[in-house]
Design a binder for this molecule. Structure first.
Ligand code: CO
Length: 134
């Protein structure tokens, strides 16, 4: 069912510092930061030859990653995103197998303009999984 690794998302307490570390220290190409109010994050992408890293920072009081940073103030890996061909078919198959989909279970538009879903980390060894329709 799952295909390519689309991205790994890292929650960071200081976005400018994280962007600088990836570009200056690690020598990667980093996009400009963009606010995504509908997701409650500001994001910058690290473009790698085979995948992306999303540097995410809370935007607004309701940000879904604020609690994560409260627990891990230094930052940390927040989720990983796998591509699927058909997100509704993937969701239905996963629900049948006991996975839990976060929210109301309906896909919403992700930061790349494609439908996404999140799976509860409990069934996946403590890792929050994002599925994105490729
Ligand atoms: Co993501």
């Amino acid at each position: 069912m799952i295909g390519r690794l689309n991205h790994v998302a890292i929650a960071v307490p200081d976005l400018a510092e994280a962007m600088d570390k990836y570009s200056a220290t690690l020598g990667a190409t980093v996009t400009d930061a963009a606010d995504l109010p509908e997701h409650g994050v500001t994001v910058a992408f690290v473009d790698l030859p085979n995948t992306k890293v999303e540097l995410i920072h809370p935007l607004g009081d309701e940000s879904p990653i604020r609690a994560f940073l409260d627990k891990s103030p230094g930052g940390g890996i927040h989720h990983i995103c796998y591509e699927v061909e058909d997100i509704l078919a993937a969701r239905d198959q996963l629900l049948e197998q006991g996975a839990r989909v976060l929210g109301d279970g309906e896909p919403r538009m992700g930061s790349h303009g494609k439908p996404i879903l999140f799976l509860h980390p409990k069934e996946f060894f403590g890792t929050l999984i994002e599925l994105e329709q490729a």
